[in-house]
Design a protein around this ligand. Sequence first.
Ligand SMILES: Cc1ncc(COP(=O)(O)O)c(C=O)c1O
Length: 462
Amino acid sequence: MKMKQKTLNDELLELEAKYCSWGDTVHYVEKPTIFKRAQGSYLYDKDGVEYLDLQMWYSAASFGYKNERLNNALTAQVDRLPQLACQYLHEEKVRLAASLAQRIERTFEEKGRIHFNVGGSSAIEDSLKLVRNHTGRNLVFAFMGGYHGRTLAASAITSSFRYREKFGHFGDRAFFVPFPYCFRCPYDKKRESCSLYCVKQFERLFETEYYSIVNKKTKACEFVAFYIEPVQGTGGYIIPPYEYFSELKKIIDAYNILLVDDEIQMGFFRTGKFWAIEHFNVTPDIIVFGKALTNGLNPLSGIWAKEELISPDVFPPGSTHSTFSSNTLGTAVGLEVMKLIEDENFATDVPKNGKYFISRLKRLQKKYSQIGDVDGIGLALRVEMCQKDGYTPNKELTDTMVEIGLSGKLTSGGKNRGLILDVGGYYKNVFTLAPSFYITEKEIDLGVALFEEALLKAIRQS
Ligand SMILES: Cc1ncc(COP(=O)(O)O)c(C=O)c1O
């Protein structure tokens, strides 16, 4: 029986090698694993080996795999109205838009509207259209270490040149500003004494027209929006100082620069609040969201914008469109996610679980100098892997741990298991942990034990 399954595995890998593009991220690891089943916090491979997932599809499946309530909403819609061209209306789209817009209005005291699309990058593209339409200009600020997707325009405001290198420019490349990554301060400052030196450096750009940003006579700025992730996702779950964004906002407000808040990875309570930006006491002009909106079921993304940016008289019918945007299956699940959020207590449960997880990881940090930094907000947790000095980035050790986790041969907890880890960070040495919101303390303990086992094996191999 086992022999037969192995053969099937080999056959699939052979077909994959021949017929699948390798242009996606599957081959970041040497030997891709083929999964067959998912439940709660776990994935299962073809041999039934259980893998504890500490990244939950980069936070798209935050509410757990096969969440019964959300799956039921999907299947009910399959039975009721599975397809509908997006030029017609259906109840779930309207109710989901209303629910999101009303929640944002309660939180930020701002009226606005929602526009749906399919993936995160497409929603970013829509937000760029809104910015250009409103300001009549193209250029935007974004952060070093920021990630906004891989379509052409989204790549242009994503920090890595690697993602643009072979594809030329279509959207305008952003002006990239250093993010407050205090563990590796871009200005070599210490948080205790820096007085937000990074914000002051940004402010200096506006001091004279000869710094290329602003016309001091009219106060017009060549850069009309600032794209932010309040907590950087792919950049390595980096949490800025709590005063950072309110200080930044004072500067951009003085020059009418829009604040575009990319919540694609951190939205929907990943950080313990509905939107990550809520931790920082500023109101964005545009919010972009996706991923967990449908718990990774039928894809759906979207933007919210202040009324003056998106009202029908400035953003009329046909301004943007995609065949599958506001699809009936995605909107039905999205609506159920909003109801689930009302019924659950994520505002207290997520930070509580996060705190427990961090305390366990910090214990591990005391034992292993290779763990340079442990930090987290809600259930967005970072573990930065280093050389023995606790600072020099150690990508090799990180990659080896990923492969060991994926091999499904860890034994903590008394049987063969795997561990699913995702890697981010400027040096690709940060485990960005995004566990299910329903992870239990017992599962956290298991996760930490598996992590330690993988670390020990990786150290031995290095
Ligand atoms: C913050 C952020 N923005 C945008 C994107 C792009 O979204 P998608 O991959 O759905 O196009 C991602 C995806 O990881 C993301 O984390």
